[in-house]
Design a protein around this ligand. Sequence first.
Ligand code: GLY
Length: 372
Amino acid sequence: MNSAETLRVDLGARSYDIVIGSGLLPDTGTYVAPFARSAGVVIVTDAAVAKLHLPTVQASLDQAGIAHHCVVVPAGEASKSFATFESVVEQVLALGIERSTLIIALGGGVIGDLAGYVAASLLRGLDFVQIPTTLLSQVDSSVGGKTGINSRSGKNLVGAFHQPRLVLADTAVLDTLPKREILAGYAEVAKYGLIDDPEFFSWLEENASAVIAKDGEERKQAVMRSCAAKARIVSQDERENGKRALLNLGHTFGHSFEAELGYDGRLLHGEAVAMGMVIAHDVCAAMGMAPAQDTTRIVAHLQNVGLPVRAAEISGVHWDVDRLISHMSRDKKVRDGQITFVMTRGIGKAFTSREMDVGKMRSAISRSCQNR
Ligand code: GLY
């Protein structure tokens, strides 16, 4: 087997390992064997990932003597729908599953969320394994047990916390991704530095180009440090009653841009998060709680790697600040009618608060949207 590193997500009886390494996919059967019983496994994947990676996973399960079936859905966010959920559930049930059937989510964030929710729902909960194939899903969505689908009223509004039994993050598969996808995932990597690890942010300033360019030691380090941060936060607050909300740094603003564009692909989630993290730092600097030079440093870094840092960079869109603010109030982060914001005192010093200066926030969003 390839050399791999293992991290633990500590959640009592629901604890699990995240295995990170290059070239793990051909050993899927070995890693999954402890969780696959005689009822076998059902792989849920999308058409694009199936073409690239399904034969490797199937061959490995064959080699390990694990019976398997596969359900393939169309690639893209539209598959996080009631219709696709129903279709997957019915296809899996038609296979004659048992309580001990294991679901494998093979794909990016859409597949992880969809297949995880299928696993959470079927027979009141099947075990599942995450095999994330995008940088974003390796460093964020595959860890922590958030699963779900979208509704007409918004993204991820229907779902469940359902922890996987294992996360298998093969950094070599990321070499099949377009650069734009890698960059979008990189925004979530940078997020961990900005939340509470300034030393990691400095490391990224030195090593980002290697992390983004290709599979190698730097990319593995970036995935490991991101997963370690996520595992630490999730272990302390599984159901987002407190600290886990820090993982939403830049997301309230980012989601409003995504919602305004109707998730139509003009803006990837990670790109929206990059723009949102800049606004979060900008507004906190304007409120006098964070040094303005930290915003400058973050903008420089995200720009250097090739991420959008201002909404005005998204061509052909005329943003309406009132509409963006109204999207924010429909977010899941609203409690008792108030939004919990992730604020900051500077790089690595994020905290949550409901005390937002709405005027300064409006100005920061306007600065992001204005052409210079
Ligand atoms: N992606 C944010 C979380 O998992 O809590």
